[in-house]
Each structure stands twice: as C-alpha cells, then as structure tokens.
Design a protein around this ligand. Structure first.
Ligand code: BYC
Length: 338
C-alpha cells in the first residue's frame, strides 16, 4: 500500500548526487567516501566515514530506537484490556515486534561506536529525543486501533525510503522492520473497520480516536522542510531520501481514501482533493504544539519517561543475571580449551 515511497524521483536523486562532494583538497579517504555517496553505494561499519556522518547516524538511529521502545507503552497499556483473545494475541505480538525493532536499531547504532548504555542514559536524562507521537494518551480501545492504522502507516511511509539509506546496517535493519510494520498497519485498519461497522457507539469511538490522532500523526513527519535543520545534509548523504513535507503529503494522499472507506470524517475541514494536482490539501498545522511536545511538554512526556526509567531499574537483575551467566559460560569454555 505504501511502497510508492520507494520510488525516487529521478530529478531529486540527480540533484542529491550532484550536491555530493567536498569542495577543495580532500583526503583520499574523504574522496573515497564522496565517490561512494555519488554512486549511491553503501557505507559499512568498518569503512572510514566523516565524523559528522557518523554523529548524524547515531542521533537518528538512536532516536529511532528510543521511539520503538517508548512506542511500546501507549499500546502496552491495553494488553490486559484487549476486547477479545484474538485482539490480545495480535497486540502482544505487535508490542513485542516494537521491542525487537528497538533492539535491532540499538545494535545498528552500536556499529557506529556508541554504547547501548550511553544511548539509554541519553534517553533517560531527556537529552535524546524520541518520536513526538508517543506522548499522546490512549484513553479507549479505538486509540489502539488508530495507532496501528495511522502511526504504523506513517512509520512505513517514512521508513520504506530508509531501507535504501547509505548506511548498510541501518538500511538492512529497516527491511525487516518495514515488513513487520506492514502487518501492524493492516491489523490496525482491520480493528478500526470493525469499530466503524459496529454499533453507533463503536463508530463514534473510532471517529473520536481518529480526531485525537490525526494531527499528531501529520506532525510526526517532522517540521516543514523550511524549518528542518538536518534535511539538506542528510539528503546529500542519502540518509533521508524524501523530504518531511513530501512524505507527509504522500501519507495524507494514501490515508484520506481509507478514512472515506471506513465511513469516517477527516478531522481537517481544509482537507480537499485538488483535481488539478491529485493531492489532498492540508489545513494549518499547529507547530507550536509540535515544538512543545518535542521539548518535553506534551500530554504524556513525563509519564512515558518515568515508566521507561522504572522498567529499566526493575530489569536490572535480569541484565546482571545474564552477564553473570555469560561470564560463567566464557570461563567454562576457556577451561575446556586450556
Ligand atoms: N518527534 O531537521 P529535522 C515507530 C526533531 S517509531 C520528535 O527535520 P531529521 C513506531 C529532530 O530530531 C517512529 N522529534 O530532523 C513505534 C530534530 O531535533 P534534534 C520513529 C522530532 O532528523 C512503535 C528537529 O526536530 N521514526 O514507527 O532530519 C509503534 C528538527 O527536525 C520529530 C523514526 O525515528 C518527531 N516527530 O528528521 C508504532 C524514523 N521530527 O535531533 C510505530 C527515523 C523531528 O536536532 N527518523 N524531530 O534534536 C527520521 O526519519 C528523521 O529523524 C525525522 C526527523 C523525519 C523524524
């Protein structure tokens, strides 16, 4: 459904490639890196890379990993209250998948020379960001359906192009993640469809959840291109392939017909199809809300971070036991080899 995001517009790809290159005299390593960027080849963990490229990847991949881990919380709250055994099994699997995504992504960031402890410390201290979307509450079961349908739908839109990003370990992690996100999106849509075709009260629950999640999801793609500080550089490096605004537009274009199919109403009175362009318009986004959420003042920021820190502290004994077991096993292997 969302794979059109894989298509790179030939014009923008050409513009990106022609922008690659470091002016003036460059070291042979830098020249090799520039050539790799220009040919759109992968950079691997052991390859030389400019410090700024490494730092940017650590920032983006660790934020992405934190988002997956914090992203388990709003839905995780509903595992014990899922409306049927089937819904519970699906939700358990989905939340576990998100945990797995976080782990692949921490592992991908570790290949860049950062430690998992440092990344987790940055999350807990509030230094590292995670996606704004997970700072909103899930007051009803319909919010769980809306997360799967809309948030995972937006995630696929943003992440399919990352499967082709220039850093090999990140690109490869994204391939599996996107396959799983696709299942998440479909189960969310199916749960939403069930509600939308249910009793008037269930349909209202679905509409209310759509009303709550629409704007936060539209914002999730990041600031508008003119305010995106990192986009120019990350696009030149082939990390970001499609701009924030363009992905947002693709998401809106793909989702509005789904809302119509559900028999629900788009919570944006300015969202209209422009027959000339084939695109839906979007009303004014409340950027003040976006910046306040990412600065830590969203409806659930404090609760999410506290829950994460508590879970980490409560899991200390598991990490210690695993380390003790690994040490014993290593000692046994060394003794056998001696
Ligand atoms: N939330 O220059 P810009 C999931 C920050 S998990 C918070 O455009 P960039 C899922 C940005 O970091 C989905 N912060 O930045 C899990 C920067 O601040 P810093 C997570 C945001 O990096 C469970 C500043 O704003 N997906 O799918 O070029 C259940 C300026 O922005 C946000 C990823 O992480 C935001 N929404 O572009 C269900 C995908 N947007 O770092 C689903 C990978 C922007 O300078 N990440 N900021 O302090 C990306 O693709 C890019 O990092 C972004 C932002 C498009 C998010």
């Amino acid at each position: 459904m969302y794979t059109q995001s894989m298509d790179l517009d030939a014009k923008s790809a050409a513009a990106r490639l022609s922008a690659v290159g470091t002016p003036g005299a460059v070291s042979p390593q830098q020249a090799e890196f520039d050539a790799k960027m220009a040919a759109d080849r992968k950079v691997e963990a052991r390859d030389w890379m400019p410090e700024a490229y490494r730092k940017t990847l650590v920032r983006q991949i660790s934020q992405h990993a934190h988002s997956e881990i914090v992203g388990m919380l709003p839905e995780g709250n509903w595992i014990t209250r899922a409306p049927s055994l089937r819904r519970k099994a699906i939700l358990l699997a989905k939340v576990q998948d998100e945990g797995g995504h976080g782990l692949y992504l921490y592992a991908a960031a570790e290949t860049l020379g950062t430690s998992r402890d440092d990344m987790i410390e940055a999350l807990h201290s509030g230094k590292a960001k995670y996606s704004s979307i997970f700072n909103y509450p899930t007051p009803t079961w319909a919010d769980v359906a809306a997360i799967g349908w809309l948030v995972d739908g937006a995630a696929i839109m943003n992440q399919i192009p990352l499967c082709r990003c220039t850093y090999g370990p990140y690109a490869r992690a994204m391939i599996r993640i996107c396959k799983e996100e696709s299942f998440h999106q479909r189960q969310g849509f199916e749960a939403m469809l069930t509600l939308a075709q249910g009793t008037p009260a269930q349909k209202k629950m679905a509409q209310d959840a759509l009303n709550r999640w629409w704007w936060p999801v539209v914002m999730m793609f990041g600031p508008s291109d003119k305010d995106s500080i990192h986009s120019t550089q990350t696009m030149q490096w082939g990390i970001k392939r499609i701009s924030n605004d363009e992905l947002r537009q693709r998401f809106i274009d793909a989702t509005v017909p789904q809302i119509e199919l559900l028999g629900l109403t788009v919570p944006d009175p300015d969202c209209k199809l422009d027959p000339a362009t084939g695109h839906y318009s979007c009303g004014e986004i409340d950027w003040a809300e976006f910046w306040s959420v990412i600065a830590g003042d969203g409806p659930c920021n404090r609760e999410r971070l506290e829950t994460r820190k508590r879970a980490y502290a409560n899991g200390a004994w598991v990490r210690e036991a695993a380390m003790a077991h690994a040490r014993k096993q290593q000692a046994r292997e060394q003794a056998q080899a001696a």
